[in-house]
Design a protein around this ligand. Sequence first.
Ligand code: GRF
Length: 216
Amino acid sequence: MARLVLPHAALRAAMSKRRPRIAVLISGSGSNLQALLDAQDLGGDVVRVLADKPEARGLDRARAAGIDAVAVSPTDHPDRPTWEAALTDAVVEADPALVVLAGFMKILSGAFVTRWPTVNVHPSLLPAFPGGHAVEDALAWGAKVTGCTVHFVDEQIDHGPIIAQAAVTIAPDDDRVSLHARIQAVEHDLLPEAVRLFCAGRLTLDDRTVRVAPAS
Ligand code: GRF
């Protein structure tokens, strides 16, 4: 049974006292992180960026924006639980209201992803093409339309309640690179919009359906 920690009255009350603090986890380029950093009126502040690889380009993007950026690498820890404990400590220090997985390629335990409200951006229209090869899988399937999904994270992979989705048409001559580039262009609008809705306290959960309250 999936457990979720989601915006509720107490969280909205806490958030009303201060702008929500956001921790972003990345593994690579960090173009979605950049979209968050560039977003106008996000309603919250990216206060710490964490990567599982010291060479992740997104760490440089964060530092260029004056944001605390830290690598917590599995190779520096004897086993996965110890690594995740170190990552947890690094997130706890940031005291976030929201954790964003923006191209974070490591699987996290249920205990981690349910400790904070956590959202993920995934390059397909879930539940189609979950997993780490969503763009290739859509092409191999011969799909004509794919897209991207921003969802709350639960204890199953690419499974939690969907906050927002957008479709991308697959062209006959698309390859992984061309299709992923068009999907990412859409992600760069969709992820900030989902985070904006969260920070505004407009997201609630009805079973596994995310409801968006009207702007007040
Ligand atoms: C994105 O396409 C996202 O959907 C997937 O990983 C990619 C990360 O890209 N989970 P970037 O690091 O944000 O450029």
